[in-house]
Design a protein around this ligand. Structure first.
Ligand code: PGA
Length: 256
């Protein structure tokens, strides 16, 4: 484990109403009071953001949204802007999650616009990338990851600089919600590739600062092993982030 602080992030997806959201964060906050060497973040649905913000107040737990629109306002029925997320207490926003890419047809170019708007607005993006099973089996993992990095982070390439606070999440699509985790070796290999790509494009200092999370069936049982790898700086947790008795042990992975 290096200089980067581990970040354990919970992506609640389309789960939990107001009361359930408030109870969950209260339970998490109570259990992790003594933890000061791991950053913790939750990403509730839009409708629970303000409720969770009020419960989180003073706990140190960070708040993220799961998506946003790239435009700042206007006739975009059903969409949410960066400014609205800031007003709801978010410091971070997850962008380009594989479910957004596959179910809602988001392309790298769309994600790039969102990343640009997020950073300009003062939100820290958590940009997700990852290959499908078919792509892995065709030995195209690195090619796909490189394409997603170049496409989704194109705004940084144009500016020739990437904010060090940017967070990337490597989430192999075949490991999301399937119970199949990438082995720590498989994940480390891709994380190392991503860090190398950042170094080539933005220099060593940025590549050493940017956190790269692993996501895909992270559970209390596999968290420690994954987090022990050199280039894995935390986890983006879906299913196991919905229950305090699963999410808290992931945050406390060092104790296992
Ligand atoms: P999972 O989801 O932990 O349920 O596999 C991860 C994610 O989609 O971010």
């Amino acid at each position: 484990m290096g200089l980067r602080t581990i970040l354990i992030a919970g992506n609640w997806k389309m789960n939990l109403g107001h009361d359930e959201s408030a109870s969950l964060v209260k339970a998490i906050a109570a259990e992790i009071k003594d933890i000061d060497d791991v950053d913790v973040l939750v990403a509730p649905p839009f409708t629970s953001l303000a409720v969770v913000r009020d419960v989180l107040d003073g706990s140190g737990i960070l708040l993220a949204a799961q998506n946003m629109h790239s435009e700042s306002k206007g006739a975009y029925t059903g969409e949410i802007s960066a400014q609205m997320l800031l007003e709801s207490g978010c410091s971070h926003v997850i962008l380009g999650h594989s479910e957004r890419r596959s179910l809602f047809h988001e392309k790298d170019a769309d994600i790039n616009l969102k990343v640009n708007t997020a950073v300009e607005s003062g939100l820290i993006p958590i940009v997700c990338i990852g290959e499908t099973l078919e792509e892995r089996e065709q030995d195209r993992t690195f090619q796909v990851i490189k394409g997603q990095l170049e496409g989704s982070l194109n705004c940084f390439m144009d500016q020739k600089s990437m904010p060090e606070s940017t967070i990337l999440a490597y989430e192999p699509v075949w490991a999301i919600g399937t119970g199949k985790t990438a082995s720590p070796e498989q994940a480390q290999e891709v994380h190392e590739f991503i860090r190398g790509w950042i170094k080539n494009n933005f220099g060593e200092q940025t590549s050493e600062a940017v956190r790269i999370l692993y996501g895909g069936s992270v559970k209390p049982d596999n968290a420690r092993d994954l987090m022990s790898r050199k280039d894995i700086d935390g986890a983006l947790v879906g299913g196991a982030s919905l229950k305090a008795d699963l999410f808290v042990p992931i945050i406390k992975f060092k104790e296992k």
